[in-house]
Design a protein around this ligand. Structure first.
Ligand SMILES: [Zn+2]
Length: 385
């Protein structure tokens, strides 16, 4: 193992390139350094992300973006860290609202998910905005085993699940989709390219060299694919697609220069439980488990299994892993106090699940508990008990 000395390693910069940067660096630090140094790296990454988010440049970029593109965009996606749609669409951080869970598996009947999603939609609608809901699944064109572990690498099954969620969205928010539009999207992780699906079996692939050479061409292709999508929403979808085309082209250049390694295997060493982990731009570092499923133990066990396998296969050091529970809050007082209680509960719950299912792994668990000041993206640590 070629772990750098911690002192040197601590100077290592995170592999993100800022709000719209890329995530591809061969920096081995985040996977090979001692666990204390890796945890420190991750927390400093969160801190830097928060500082950038709060800064005037980033704030203005978001405001300008929202003024030009009022459609709210939310994405249901897998906990796999490679699926980072802000980066892949070159969209300012904080515009896309992520909902993450194991395999992108959701059921809108889950009480907590249904409540959070409905509240999110109602808040946006009261602001006079439409909501574009991206229902995503992911796969790899180069190797099925780089696909979604949550669906046992079965792309068909993950697609079928996405279509089932779309049906639930239509049951919840209406069949004509004029206010809330569910769009099924594939994400091909080798090229980080979006694949849009129409309800009639057609698709539009951002990795296809023929896609949208000009703005007008792309506009026409999207209009032909999604004729039922409201015009203003289609106009707000376009910049995401154009950003993705630029991103895919950029990755191609890196691949040609051999500056981009495809992430070929799991190397995660952190389980992040809760919400508000958009600072984690680094692929294959953390498994993000949303608090949505009534059977929360299931995704936690799956994540712990992946980390245990990573250690056994020597893909990460076996000196420890991070369990971070974090809950966001909007307002001080009762809401923040409740976020603390929730974060503690989730951390304790996850620790209990892991201790029961993987006792040897649990001995190497480094537990941290935090609440997240959502408007500032500031992580505030609290005691785990
Ligand atoms: Zn997945």
């Amino acid at each position: 193992m070629n772990a750098p000395e911690p002192a040197a390693a601590l100077q290592s910069e995170p592999t993100t390139g800022g709000a719209t940067g890329t995530t591809h660096s061969a920096d081995p630090f985040v996977h090979h350094a001692p666990i204390a140094a890796r945890i420190d790296w991750l927390f400093r990454l969160a801190d830097r992300h928060g500082q950038a988010f709060r800064g005037p440049d980033s704030w203005l970029a978001r405001e300008r973006y929202l003024a030009r593109h009022p459609t709210a965009v939310a994405a249901l996606k897998c906990m796999d860290g490679r699926v980072n749609l802000s980066v892949a669409t070159q969209t300012p951080v904080g515009i896309l609202m992520p909902f993450r869970n194991l395999g992108g598996m959701f059921n809108l009947g889950w009480p907590h998910l249904g409540e959070i999603l409905t509240q999110y939609v109602m808040d946006r609608v009261r602001e006079g905005r439409r909501v574009l809901l991206l229902i995503t699944y992911h796969w790899s064109r180069g190797d099925p085993l780089r696909g979604c572990a949550g669906f046992h690498y079965n792309r068909e099954a993950s697609m079928a699940h996405a279509w089932a969620i779309r049906e639930q969205v239509r049951q919840l928010f209406g069949q004509d989709s004029s206010t809330v539009y569910p769009l099924v999207c594939g994400f091909e992780t080798d090229q980080e390219a979006l694949l849009l699906h129409s309800a009639h079996g057609q698709s539009l692939n951002m990795a296809d060299e023929g896609t949208g050479a000009t703005h007008e061409e792309l506009q026409q292709q999207v209009a032909a694919l999604l004729p039922d999508m409201p015009g203003p929403m289609r106009a707000d979808l376009l910049p995401l697609l154009q950003g993705n085309l630029r991103h895919v082209a950029h990755l191609r250049t890196l691949a040609e220069r051999r500056e981009r390694d495809l992430v070929t295997e799991h190397r995660e060493w952190a389980i992040c439980l809760g919400r508000g982990f958009d600072f984690l731009h680094t692929p294959n570092t953390a498994l993000i488990v949303g608090p949505y499923s009534p059977d929360l133990a299931h995704p936690i066990r799956t994540a712990a299994q992946i980390i245990q396998d990573n250690m056994k296969q020597g893909r990460i050091p076996d000196d420890g892993f991070l369990l971070l529970a974090s809950v966001p809050y909007d307002t001080l007082g009762v809401e923040r106090a409740r976020a603390e209680l929730k974060a503690r509960f989730m951390g304790q719950f996850a620790a209990g699940v892991i201790a029961e299912a993987f006792p040897a792994l649990a001995e190497r668990m480094h537990r941290h508990t935090a609440v997240l000041d959502w408007s500032a993206r500031r992580l505030e640590f609290v005691s785990p008990t």
